[in-house]
Design a protein around this ligand. Structure first.
Ligand SMILES: NC(=O)c1ccc[n+]([C@@H]2O[C@H](COP(=O)([O-])OP(=O)(O)OC[C@H]3O[C@@H](n4cnc5c(N)ncnc54)[C@H](OP(=O)(O)O)[C@@H]3O)[C@@H](O)[C@H]2O)c1
Length: 247
């Protein structure tokens, strides 16, 4: 029987790849993110199994909009993939300096990476079926930092959240896991900030000498979301080509 998956960040990059992978396996997918035109294009690409709802998941109102859409379109859901996120640290307003700037960056990253996931998961919990699957998206930065402090810290906050979700919902057959990717290309994550020098350095840190791609993460997410993965829960699973080993 077809399941229904809600994928935040589903209009681009990793979230879109997860949605495409799940839809290709027969699931219905609900895409969410802030930009309606991006979501519409993504849903169009996936086909009739996809619907979308534009929502800012940093807000409770955004989570309520996703709940309403999912309730109306599917009634109940089976998979929550909370891929919305990013690193806002470099986007602080130019007029902020010193501690004001630091405070802005930390608050923004906590809102973008922690609260979008918390709002999505907690908002949808009332309609999540038994044997459901919750996927959160962390980063290699949660283990080794990324130079800003706030991004890695905000991702690390998701690890105990998944462990507590697993404890809370495990008796119903629901699993909660975290995927922590390394460097993944073909996303909007880095915007225009990636240089050839940094790319070479990041690829050089891997054992397989290649960047990750959204399909790598989607394949892992799809397996974690599958019935076969029912005994894997409360885990943080890395996909980084061995980069954390630090070469
Ligand atoms: N790419 C990498 O190398 C990498 C590495 C480690 C971890 N990650 C993590 O992987 C996840 C997916 O990122 P990505 O690489 O696929 O980058 P991406 O293409 O920039 O995807 C981020 C998505 O989040 C959505 N989003 C941002 N703010 C939102 C909000 N307030 N409410 C709802 N949706 C929001 C964006 O859509 P809108 O702008 O339309 O809202 C976008 O679709 C993120 O959590 C990221 O931190 C990425």
């Amino acid at each position: 029987m077809a399941r229904t998956a809600v994928v935040s960040g589903g209009g681009t990059g990793i979230g879109l790849a997860v949605a495409e992978h799940l839809a290709a396996a027969g699931d219905d997918v609900i895409l969410t993110g802030r930009r309606e035109d991006v979501l519409a294009a993504a849903a169009d690409k996936i086909g009739k199994q996809a619907s979308y709802v534009a929502a800012d998941l940093e807000t409770v109102e955004g989570a309520a909009a996703v709940l309403q859409h999912a309730s109306e379109h599917a009634g109940r859901i089976d998979v929550i993939a909370a891929a919305a996120g990013g690193n806002t640290a470099a986007k602080a307003p130019a007029d902020l300096e010193g501690l004001q700037r630091t405070s802005w960056a930390w608050t923004a990253n906590l809102r973008l990476n922690v609260m979008t996931a918390v709002h999505l998961v907690e908002g949808l919990k009332p309609i999540l079926n038994d044997d459901g699957r919750i996927l959160l998206f962390s980063s290699i930065a949660a283990y080794r930092g990324s130079g800003t402090g706030s991004y890695g810290a905000s991702k690390a906050a998701l690890h105990p959240y998944a462990i507590d979700l697993s404890a809370e919902l495990g008796a119903r057959g629901i699993t909660a896991n975290v995927i922590a990717p390394g460097y993944i290309e073909d996303t909007e994550f880095f915007g225009t900030a990636m240089t050839e020098q940094r790319r070479t350095m990041l690829i050089g840190q891997t054992d397989n000498k290649r960047p990750g791609n959204p399909g790598d993460i989607a394949a892992l997410a799809a397996w974690l979301a599958s019935p076969a993965a029912g005994h894997v829960t409360a885990q943080i699973i890395q996909s980084n080509g061995g980069a954390l080993a630090g070469r």
